[in-house]
Design a binder for this molecule. Structure first.
Ligand code: HEM
Length: 498
């Protein structure tokens, strides 16, 4: 055993954690300091160095072709955060809808529809809003006025995360679960597996994962058994009810989604910070600030004949211009390639699509009113695609009826964008390639409404409490990892008008 091996045991790592361990001679060696354990180097660093991500085309319609697949389309060095053996082992350890090809999701994107049964607007209104508002009260507490804001965000974020998933907050979240949560987030943000900070956080998550899984299993069982108070205010409750005994969202997949969702919800932190940056008076965007004042003064929730309220539209426009998720990642089938390259993926970038003059007359202008007339997932039906020159809808509109007692069905646009109909009322999303922050078509984000409501509540709190944002003149602001590949400088504070 080399010095790698010694470092491995020092870090408390199991030699067995690399499934089918190859001969020492077959492992990469001498590439990184000896403090980097060999299974980490082989499982995360080398695959990353051998991988490539290429930029794809900017879509003209809100649809990524099935040839660019979601199957295992996750940055290759993240697998060890999710799976014991450093590579995907979905059959045994759980699938996520996020990394599964369309053809494997069950009839008519069933896994996605089951996932989305837990994130529909009725549940946001009645079950999750209170949790979000409580989080915002803590995050924006007056005691934190004038201090770097992301510090307060992350003091409270993991409680919100686990509250939404399994109804746990405070002491009900074990130390190991907190260690896993913060380690996962740090790896996402700091990204490069050759960095010591990524290594340390990676080891922390892998060490904490068995305890996390055990806790999650017990927690999910308690929700099923009705032993968690207000269990019907958790995502897990609806996933379990609507998956039933089916193959397309097994209990192990529910557990896996609870962990995998760190990737999804990590983007809230990025958005919260960037909205503050736009509203900050000295270096922010005066046009956004003017729109904010106008929107909040003239009735943020008034109905004016559009499918979206003025505050919806303002938040959607913030998403279009900020685009906290940079790209939709797809895996490719190989045509020809020299051996050695491990994993190639293609990124369909969002900002270029949202800013494309093919899609908007005024793409660079901040204009929430554009969504008054933009096509929605309800508008994009068979007739619309025929008009566009297609012979038929690329995706079936088959409805999925939830089985949890609500009158809710999940259907989709011609391009596969899933949306809900609640008591007969559709809750669409804007369905044009020019609105890309939540992705395209069948891969469209099922957390979009929850996310928009989260930011709406944030803005309501800012407005109601007369909060303004201040750029801090500090020498060494803390580095705050948020979503994949993004580390923020914690140099904005909030404060209340006297
Ligand atoms: C700022 C917040 C968020 C942004 C910007 C965002 C953005 C996106 C984007 C762009 C995609 C498409 C990825 C692709 O096709 O490769 C996506 C997919 C997805 N998002 Fe989100 N998301 C956010 C929050 C959430 C939340 C809160 C949840 C869950 C509650 C969620 C769950 C998912 C899932 C499961 C998928 C995979 C969908 C599929 O492949 O069919 N996201 N998201």
């Amino acid at each position: 055993m080399t010095t790698h091996g010694q470092a491995t045991s020092e870090a408390g790592f199991s030699e067995r954690s690399l499934a089918n361990r190859p001969d020492e001679d077959a492992l990469p060696i001498g590439l990184l300091p000896p403090s980097f354990p060999s299974d980490y180097v082989a499982g995360a660093v080398v695959p990353y160095l051998l991988s490539g991500i290429f930029y794809g085309e900017t879509p003209s319609v809100p649809m990524i072709d099935l040839a660019l697949s979601k199957e295992e389309a996750v940055p290759i060095h993240f697998w060890g955060l999710l799976y014991e053996g450093w590579t995907p082992n979905a059959e045994k350890e759980g699938y996520s809808v996020f990394s599964q090809g369309y053809e494997k999701r069950g009839p008519h994107n069933e896994r996605k529809r089951i996932y989305m049964s837990a994130t529909t607007p009725d549940l946001i209104d009645t079950k999750y809003r209170g949790k979000i508002v409580h989080f915002l009260e803590q995050f924006l507490a007056q005691s934190h006025d004038g201090k770097p804001m992301m510090e307060s965000y992350f003091q409270n974020y993991y409680d919100l995360y686990w509250d939404l998933h399994v109804g746990a907050t405070g002491d009900a979240i074990p130390t190991e679960v907190r260690q896993y949560s913060s380690g996962f987030n740090a790896v996402l943000g700091f990204w490069f597996p050759n960095l010591d900070i990524v290594l340390q956080n990676y080891l922390q998550t892998r060490k904490a994962r068995p305890a996390l899984k055990k806790w999650l299993e017990a927690r999910v069982q308690a929700i099923v058994d009705g032993k968690v108070p207000h269990a019907d205010s958790t995502l897990v409750y609806y996933w379990m009810k609507n998956a039933g005994t089916g193959e397309n969202f097994r209990r192990i997949d529910v557990l896996f989604e609870c962990i995998h969702n760190f990737l999804a919800l990590s983007q809230w932190g990025n958005m919260v910070y960037n909205v503050a940056a736009k509203l900050e008076p000295t270096q922010g965007d005066p046009n956004v600030q003017a729109w904010f004042t106008r929107t909040m003064t003239n009735g943020p929730d008034k109905s004016d004949g559009s499918p979206f309220t003025p505050l919806d539209r303002f938040v959607m426009e913030l998403f279009r211009v900020i685009s906290p998720n940079g790209a939709s990642l797809s895996s490719l089938r190989r045509h020809n390639e020299l051996m050695g390259s491990n994993y190639n993926a293609i990124a369909t970038t969002h900002l270029p699509a949202s800013m494309d003059p093919r899609h908007w007359k005024n793409p660079t202008e901040f204009d929430p009113d554009r969504y008054k007339i933009a096509p929605t997932s309800v508008d994009n039906d068979e007739a619309r695609v025929t008009q566009m020159g297609l012979a038929r809808c690329p995706f079936s509109k088959e409805a999925f009826h939830v089985k949890d007692g609500r009158k809710v069905e999940l259907t989709n646009s011609a391009f596969g964008a899933v949306y809900s109909e609640i008591d007969g009322t559709p809750h669409p999303v804007v369905d044009t390639a020019g609105y890309a922050p939540f992705g395209f078509g069948y891969r469209r984000c099922p957390g979009e409404h929850l996310t928009v409501e989260f930011i709406k509540e944030y803005l309501r709190a800012v407005w109601k409490q007369k909060i303004s944002f201040v750029k801090l003149d500090i020498k060494n602001p803390a580095l705050v990892p948020v979503n994949p590949g993004t580390v923020l400088l914690d140099n904005i504070a909030f404060k209340r008008a006297k």
